[in-house]
Design a protein around this ligand. Sequence first.
Ligand SMILES: C[S@@+](CC[C@H](N)C(=O)[O-])C[C@H]1O[C@@H](n2cnc3c(N)ncnc32)[C@H](O)[C@@H]1O
Length: 340
Amino acid sequence: MGGGTTVVEALRAGRRIVGNDLNALAVFVARVKTTRLSDAEVAAVEAWSGRTVGQMGYRLARQAVASMLDDRRLKNMDLPRARFIKKIVAGAIKAVGELPTQASQDFARCAILRTAQWALDGRETHTSLGEFREKLAWHLTEMLRTSADFWQEPNLANGLRGDACTLCQGDAAGLAEAPVFANPESKASLVVTSPPYPGVHVLYHRWQVDGRRETPAPYWIANCNDGQGASFYNFGDRHEEDLTTYFESSLRTLRSIRRAMKDGAYIVQMVAFSDPDTQLPRYLDNMQDAGFVEAIATHQRAANGADRIWRTVPGRRWYAVLKGDIAASREVVLVHRVAD
Ligand SMILES: C[S@@+](CC[C@H](N)C(=O)[O-])C[C@H]1O[C@@H](n2cnc3c(N)ncnc32)[C@H](O)[C@@H]1O
């Protein structure tokens, strides 16, 4: 589910949704986006923003944050462009404890996460305390407004049914065995996913500070476990010759997803490739092996497959990583259904 867009849109559409991702950060962000704050919690976050953000930086009692700064997840946060932000963020996280509930604290952490990413990740200039405070206040205001709008949507205004939204953190290859799919009636009638991309390395789990030095600091801010290396989040190493691990992992995952789906259900995917000419056919073979048929009938298809929807990936981080590798800046939408 990545950052949870599919989960949010499913709820707006009045659907029951199960969101899954391997990455604790994705689950954290999706949980914040789908947790409704009470009026009292909203008021507490607003007050916190006005009071704390305005003073932030002057609250850096060293002893108060010293223990927080001794953390493995702060690797590379002592680099010149990061260490100032590290201290501001430590003070901000410390102040999160003033909020009354887990939901309101996570909401504030999410705003800090977003602001710190803006201040650090891939940035080539220093961020001042004033800029950080201004941006954090803006993110809090914007997130509160967006959240209020979201929960007033027609399908959400009366609250969610207890089973409307389930978020799981785990390998999708085990998804079919998750308790939420135990009952045949509860299996999925639609799957929407953007899997790891063959041959494309994406930094889902690190920010790049001070010229490409990687830091796991987002896990520190979100207060969740750092995952593992990049290959863990990408179905293997993009440099592996022939991408055997990628396609084996992909097939295992697709088979599991198939078992979590109802007969006749659809799966919609967005996938990018480092070499579409060789990798798309292999990907389509995997889909067939996993028990899916493409929903566009073969006789409707132009011989070159040009009727599939392709798009240029807009402003994604990995696009920058790929310099010169133009093929992978395009992604395709694949629509399949469970084979009869
Ligand atoms: C291409 S990204 C999806 C990005 C998403 N569309 C977005 O815009 O945020 C692939 C996602 O799959 C997750 N992922 C990778 N391997 C996985 C696995 N085996 N099981 C579940 N999720 C996995 C990654 O953590 C990442 O969030």
